[in-house]
Design a protein around this ligand. Structure first.
Ligand code: ASP
Length: 599
């Protein structure tokens, strides 16, 4: 037996127990001949004492050991003397009086401290990930991730879902992002792709009569890594037959609520999750993934703005744009410098400028003196107009109003940047709160200005909204809504899904609108279309991302902190140094030749 107890398990009640411990030396202190080692294993840390008078051999070895050596200690648990307890650790009431110390392995001096704070540079942490993962916060993150996935599996198992694996080597059917390709050795010149998601396969499982499928699925997208993304990520992929949108949303809500209450009960979870349409989200928050922890809701005031002689407003309206903004309650005292800062934020988001109005007086706005209403240069509106604006926007004395002018969808994008910034500036979002919402009724298509064609806003398998199929032949495709939905939380998208098309003709019609030729459709989606002719049930699903959810529950700002071996922003694995060149013989076997890129 290499050990009889876990370091982190020892308490006052173990007083007198003979134990064998195993683990890593976290710290060593020498107090006038008596040596203290903090011994760490996965369960925690306990203090071990080496007294040269009672255990001379062990004390001599203890003098030599250094941090991260891996050792075995045999000894007796003792209550610490009164006054020397350490309330900072759970084992702080006791220490282990060592009788024997065996060194299993030495360690080089680690490149950073193995402790709570990650002060080391992240690239160093990734390069020595096995040391980084020894740090308690990283261990906590991986443990929480395990709990989340275990909860999901148990929850879905209880509801009759089957966990089914789908292949990693599939046919390349680009879904929006770029595929990762894998050359076939046995069929030179041909390639597999790695799945961007198991979308078509889970739909085929519905045709196969599985009815309730899920998988903790790895997905691969060869994208330039923006912000906090990884080339490979994990999602809970699920699909159900004989369901409508609300069935999927109810199940998802129940899953998330139960999971969060079980895994992170300390989080403040808002229940029930509001369900708002895409149009409402865009109108009220200028975003399809609004942070609902705070207000700062939008109002469109284009008609009122049109009454002014303010050139920016008038030319925007003429050009088909809108004037929209929000009230910042109680912030009329913002000084010029602060307003200027907000203007800079708006401009760096791409906006032409920012109009601000400060109602500094105390009485009704319509009766405030001209100098009490501070308005952006050039606006020059009467108190009466301001009263109407304030009524519309819900502003009152003491409030600051911010307005932007522009065309959609860019206007909403600028407003979102500004709303988020103001929210953070005023510390409005509570970091312990989780405000989920479902956003529903997304547009079926979105216009791709660069390519001059319609793209699916979700993916091409998404069903149009009830009663709108007829409009697929019309010329206002942008007005068609879909049965796609997202789950959002605190300003991030955590899941998306939809009720699917299960009819061949309708599915072909969508591909046609998306600009795929008959041949292309056949080559890329032939099997799914064919399957639809063999009794495809109505079905739908959702795919919640696991990485972002766990990061949110851990309070980590980066998903890399909840992935054991993540890649960097540039897609590099710093531990194994991938990607790398391969040998000529490997290339030959695959019938591949490297074409030098011009420098
Ligand atoms: N396959 C979709 C995705 O990865 C999710 C879904 O529609 O279920 O975004």
């Amino acid at each position: 037996m290499l050990r009889s107890a876990d370091c982190g398990s020892l308490r006052a009640k173990n007083n007198g127990d003979q134990v064998t411990l195993a683990g890593w030396v976290s710290r060593r202190r020498d107090h006038g001949g008596i040596i203290f080692l903090d011994l760490r294993d996965r369960s925690g840390i306990v203090q071990v004492v080496f007294n040269p008078e009672t255990a001379a051999d062990a004390a001599r070895i203890a003098e030599e050991v250094r941090p991260e050596w891996v050792v075995q200690v045999k000894g007796t648990v003792k209550r610490r003397p009164e006054g020397s307890e350490n309330p900072a650790i759970v084992t702080g009431d006791v220490e282990v009086m060592a009788a024997e110390l065996n060194v299993w392995n030495r360690s080089l001096t680690p490149p950073f401290y193995i402790d709570e704070d990650a002060e080391a540079d992240e690239s160093l942490r990734l390069r020595y990930r096995y040391l980084d993962l020894r740090r308690p916060p990283m261990l906590r993150n991986l443990t929480l991730r395990h709990r989340v996935v275990k909860y999901i599996r148990d929850f879905l198992d209880q509801r009759d879902f089957l966990e089914i694996e789908t292949p990693i080597l599939i046919k390349s059917t680009p879904e929006g992002a770029r595929d990762f390709l894998v050359p076939s050795r046995m069929q030179p010149g041909n390639f597999y792709a790695l799945p961007q998601s198991p979308q078509q396969m889970k739909q085929l499982l519905m045709v196969a009569g599985i009815e309730r499928y899920f998988q903790i699925a790895r997905c691969f997208r060869d994208e330039d890594l923006r912000a906090d993304r990884q080339l490979e990520f994990t999602q809970l992929d699920l699909e159900m037959s004989f369901v409508e949108e609300n069935d999927i949303l109810d199940l998802t809500e129940e899953l998330y609520t139960g999971m969060i209450e079980s895994v992170t009960p300390e989080k403040k979870l808002r229940k029930p999750f509001p369900r708002i349409t895409y149009d409402e989200a865009m109108d009220r928050y200028a975003s399809d993934k609004p942070d609902l922890r705070f207000g700062l809701e939008m109002t469109d005031v284009s008609d009122l703005a049109g009454e002014s002689e303010f050139r920016v407003f008038l030319s925007t309206i003429d050009g088909g744009g809108r004037i929209k903004g929000f009230v910042v309650p109680g912030q009329a005292q913002f000084v010029t410098g602060q307003v200027k800062e907000l203007e800079d934020v708006a401009k760096s988001a791409g906006a032409g400028g920012l109009v601000h109005i400060r109602y500094r007086g105390e009485g009704p706005i319509g009766q405030q003196a001209a100098e009490e209403i501070v308005q952006s240069a050039g606006l020059r509106m009467t108190a009466e107009w301001h009263q109407r604006l304030a009524d519309r926007m819900g502003a009152g004395p003491g409030d600051l109003v911010l307005l932007m002018a522009g065309r959609q969808p860019r206007l909403n994008a600028w407003l979102t940047v500004l709303r988020t910034h103001v929210g953070e500036l005023l510390k409005l979002p509570d970091p312990d709160e989780l405000a989920f919402a479902f956003v529903t009724r997304f547009p079926l298509f979105e216009w791709n200005e660069d390519a001059k064609r319609w793209d699916s806003s979700h993916h091409p398998f998404t069903s149009p909204d009830d009663g709108q199929e007829g409009e697929l032949d019309g010329d206002d495709l942008g007005a068609i809504k879909s049965k796609a939905y997202d789950l959002v939380c605190n300003g991030s998208e955590l899941a998306s899904g939809s009720i699917r098309i299960h009819n061949r003709q309708l599915q072909e019609k969508i591909f046609e609108i998306l600009g795929h030729s008959k041949e292309e459709t056949q080559a890329r989606f032939g099997p799914l279309l064919e399957a639809f002719e063999y009794g495809a049930p109505p079905h739908g699903g959702i795919a919640p991302g696991i990485d972002r959810l766990v990061a949110m529950l851990c309070g980590s700002s980066s998903i890399r902190d909840v992935i054991a071996f993540p890649k960097t922003q540039s897609g590099t694995d710093l531990l194994f140094d991938a990607p790398t060149a391969v040998s000529q013989s490997q290339l030959d076997e695959l019938s591949l030749r490297i074409v030098e890129q011009p420098k």
